[in-house]
Ligand binder design. Structure first.
Ligand code: CA
Length: 221
């Protein structure tokens, strides 16, 4: 996924670029609005700072919206309610106030990508059932079958499995999983994550192609 980062603060830009590279995306960085506008056509998502050296980020956003429906996450130091509303009215899809933690940033970007994919895709009901070896997982009905027989999984086990399925083939960090399943990357939940991963592995066995990514998280498939 190609992410355009429009941000003039070098340390913030570097942190964003690192975070996106670490999860396997392809970030492009521009520190000026006019350079950013030239890169819009190739971007799958834009992370936009509102305070740019050559133009106001809201003007950048209005210009983008005349030509593109690309998802835009506005990232700014302006934290008054007024600027949130202005940003959203100008066409932002989501809004984060600096400083932004890495896990929150990645979770919001993922959510934005999911929403935009859902909005752009034709409904394909067959795709709600995912096959993993002998397993078939119905994401909408929240059921798991192995060789046609139901496998009993708890709500949290299913949430974890669904979070991994949504990102099949990608390394997903522990923080992202904690955030997605429990709504917080809180310290103290880390053992819960290990507990539920172990539970899933023991219930689904070798049919579950779940790998541990050492020092980072997990990858399905
Ligand atoms: Ca700035």
């Amino acid at each position: 996924m190609r992410i355009l980062v429009v941000e003039d603060d070098p340390s913030v830009a570097e942190a964003l670029v690192d975070a996106f590279q670490d999860v396997g995306w392809t970030p492009t960085h521009c520190s000026r609005g006019d350079d950013g506008l030239h890169q819009i056509a190739g971007a799958d998502l834009v992370v936009l700072d509102l305070g740019l050296p050559d133009m106001d980020g809201l003007d950048f956003l209005r210009t983008v919206r005349r030509v593109s429906t690309v998802p835009v996450l506005v990232l700014t130091a302006r934290d008054s309610d007024g600027s949130v509303v202005l940003g959203l009215r100008a066409g932002a899809d989501d809004y984060l106030v600096k400083p932004v933690g890495r896990a929150v940033l990645l979770a919001r970007v993922h959510a934005l990508v999911r929403r935009s994919r859902m909005a752009s895709a034709e409904p394909r009901p067959a795709e709600r059932v995912v096959t993993l070896g002998e397993l078939s997982v119905d994401v909408a009905a929240r059921t798991v079958h192995r060789g046609g027989s139901p496998v009993s999984v708890t709500a949290t086990e299913f949430d974890l499995l669904a979070a991994l399925i949504a990102r099949t083939g990608e390394a997903v960090s522990r923080d992202e999983l904690l955030l997605q399943v429990w709504g917080t990357p809180a310290v103290g939940k880390s053992r819960s994550l290990d507990f539920f991963v172990t539970a899933l592995r023991s219930k689904l066995g070798r049919d579950l192609p779940l790998q541990t990514v050492r020092g980072y998280g997990f990858r399905l498939g």
